[in-house]
Design a protein around this ligand. Sequence first.
Ligand code: PLP
Length: 285
Amino acid sequence: MSRIAYVNGRYVPHGEASVHVEDRGYQFADGVYEVCEVRGGHLVDARRHLDRLERSLSELRIAMPMERRALELVMRETVAQNRVRDGIVYLQITRGVARRDHAFPPAGTQPSIVITARNHDLGKLEQGASDGIAVVSVPENRWARVDIKSVGLLPNVLAKQAAREAGAKEAWFVDANGFVTEGSSTNAWIVTRDGAVVTRPADFGILRGITRTVLLEVLADHGLKLEERPFTMEEAYAAREAFITSATQFVTPVVRVDGKPIGNGAPGLIASALRRDYHDHAEFA
Ligand code: PLP
C-alpha cells in the first residue's frame, strides 16, 4: 500500500510530498513538531499532544495553521489513509515560506504544515522492551529552551548517532553540573535501591513528555514513591532499575548505562509493570 502525506491542504503520495526550498523549517529549523501514538486505530493522548503543540507554537509566535478541531480531523484522516493501526502520526508546523531573512517573515505569511503517519514495527519494539536497551551518556549541548518541541534537533541527532556507534539505543544528556537532563528523544528515569522512582522536574531543561505526564498518574496508582529531582550518572550506575519514556517507545527498560549493568542487568520489575499498565491511563480518541 502506498503512503500518503498531508502537505499544506493536500493529501499527496508520500514520494511526491515536498516543501519549498525557502520553507523556514528547512532553512532555519524554524518550526515545531509533535509525535502522537496510534493504537488500535485511535490517537493516544491527542489532547495533551495538541496542548503541547499550541504551547510550542505560542512560545515561538507561530500561528496555528488551522483550528485545533480541523487539525485533529486531518491527523485522523492521515492515519486512515495510511491504514495505521498501531503506529505514529507525525505533525510539523513551520513559520512558512519566505525570502531568506533571519527575522520573522512579513505578517500574513502562512505557516506550513506536514502530517505523516506510519505503522510501528511492533515486534522490534517488544523485543527492545523484553531485552532492555543500553544507554550512553553525552554532554548536554542543547539550547536553553528544550521545553519547546522545536524541529532544531541537531544535538539530538548527533547524540543518537553516538549511541548507535557505541552499540546503544539511546543517549542521555548530562548537564554541566553532572545531572542527567533527558534522552535524545525520550525522558530518563531511574529507580533507587529503596524503590523511589526518580526523574528530572519538567522545567526548561527537558521536554515535558506526554508519556512522562501520564506515567506520573500510573506511579501514583501503583503507590510508588516519586522523586522529581535531577539525578547523576553515578546514581544511575547504582540504580536498581532505569527506563526511558516516549510516545513511540512507551516505557522501555534500560539494562546498561555506559557499559555498566543496571541492577541485575535484566529489565526491572517496576519498569515492566509500568509499561504493562501505561495504556490503561492514556486517553484514547
Ligand atoms: N524528550 C525529548 C527530547 C523528546 O524528543 C521526546 C519525544 O520525542 C520526549 C522527551 C518524550 O516525549 P513524549 O513522551 O511526549 O513522546
